[in-house]
Ligand binder design. Sequence first.
Ligand code: ATP
Ligand code: MG
Ligand code: MG
Ligand code: MG
Length: 576
Amino acid sequence: MKASQFFISTYKEAPADAEVVSHKLMMRAGLIRRVSAGIYTYMPMGLRVLHKVEAIIREEMNRAGAIELTMPMIQPAEFWQETGRFAGMGPELLRLQDRHGRDFVVQPTSEEVVTDIARSELRSYKQLPVNFYQIQTKFRDERRPRFGLMRGREFIMKDAYSFDKDVAGAQASYQTMRQAYRAIFDRFGLRYRAVAADSGAIGGDLSEEFQVIAATGEDAIIYCPDSDYAANIEKAEALAPRAPRPAPTQPLVKTPTPGKSTCEDVAQLLQVPLTSTVKSIVLATEELDAQGVVVATQLWLLLLRGDHAMNEVKVGKLPGMENGFRFASEGEIVAAFGSKPGYLGPIGVRADVKVVADREVAVMADFICGANAEDFHYTGVNWGRDLPEPALVADIRNVVAGDLSPDGKGVLAIERGIELGHVFYLGTKYSKAMNATFLDENGKPTWFEMGCYGIGVTRLPAAAIEQNHDERGIIWPDAIAPFTLVICPIGLDRSDAVRAKAMQLHDELAAKGVDVILDDRGERPGAMFADWELIGVPHRVVISERGLKEGQVEYQHRRQTEPTKVAVDQLVSYLA
Ligand code: ATP
Ligand code: MG
Ligand code: MG
Ligand code: MG
């Protein structure tokens, strides 16, 4: 590929609405362009990444015996009425009507359509098992689309659905998919963890999420470094025995020690660096006394050192702390402090809060570290039990870092993750609802045992960038880079030798199957290097007249600080 025949459009600045680093860099590198809230054009550079992600998924799904098809994005309401999801699903489901006034939905997933295919196409147990998958556009009218492709409204998902004749078969299909997911995620070249999960809205028993580890992730993962135990926080809490709740006046947090908390303790409790969604932090002290101010100021300084976008700390005071919360606006984190003797444990709250009324704060999404429900009743925070998605808002975090792992093999640790994949065992939920049956060995109509398996194709590049970037831009893993290698000729227009060698190397590498791009735009070296560092191409070869005179070119990996000189005639084998 020659850059002059491709489309490259980079920016020095990210748009103001881009909060997390992946969103900023995807915009600056010209991978995506915003069309509407949560709706993006995948620009040519971004599309190359998506195609590589899809190719890996396709290869491994096919290898695992899954069969690709494509279902419609626009689906008749009738199917969705059969399963009750047309009425039951809530505003995330986009409903629309055609010119005849017939109801349709835009698929958020495709259980209904695929189950209809099964009931009409799969007649006999002899045809089972079958696993159908598609890689296709989904639409979910997310309450808060944000972070670019991370939580879009329109996005691409690989969704697969397995049909088996019995539970044992369905469990085997589930295991096959789990293995395929491991193979897929290994190939992406990202750090990830497979964690036990709740079955969520779709329902069913066996459920695991594939979480890419990133400090800005919206999910919390509980794991044991000394064993295989790993679960998302909801699952970990569902399994954990309920700890007896301390009385409100008791010390409320395990660490730091009440009354002796340092700012480092507080920061640890708040898990700084905070997510970069945080624009400001509100410290609410019971008494705006000297100590409260000192703690608040120290914490502020500490937080400002962290790697996040927080730019403001507000300190509030009032009995019950309402004042502090009244400062808060959507997207802020609230940290509440009690500074009375015996009540000195800082209360760490990671929350998106919304001021819904003068003295009322609704917690819209949450992660609470080591405090108990009484605190928050005390502080007047509405825990959101009456919010539309109560499941998102756990009433109390029962599991904290340092607890004994459920398998007894060590203590628990917490890290943040981004949900990239999800495997579910569905049982007969959908086949029963849609009366989808096959004839078993005895000729008896039997409901299919199902499983479903998703991967967020467009979320993946965002997660990859959250995990792999520096101050200059993206650092793609080879497997999903838009180009694997860029040739940067210096003085292309002035030097025939440079031009000829650049073309020759380009052709040789391309012939070897290297996904190479030659930057023949004639940019100055500084601008050219900055572009490719921003775009994040992992391998770079620089060709200059001076180098060629010595018979050398320069090779540099995106993570390296210095180039390596390589003999021109050995470059191709050097890179292989
Ligand atoms: P989340 O918890 O992030 O809302 P989910 O649990 O609702 O995701 P699933 O129904 O499990 O999502 O869908 C399978 C996969 O689709 C997810 O693991 C994720 O990678 C991706 N996905 C879900 N919602 C979005 C979205 N709004 N934008 C981009 N990708 C998404
Ligand atoms: Mg969701
Ligand atoms: Mg989820
Ligand atoms: Mg999920």
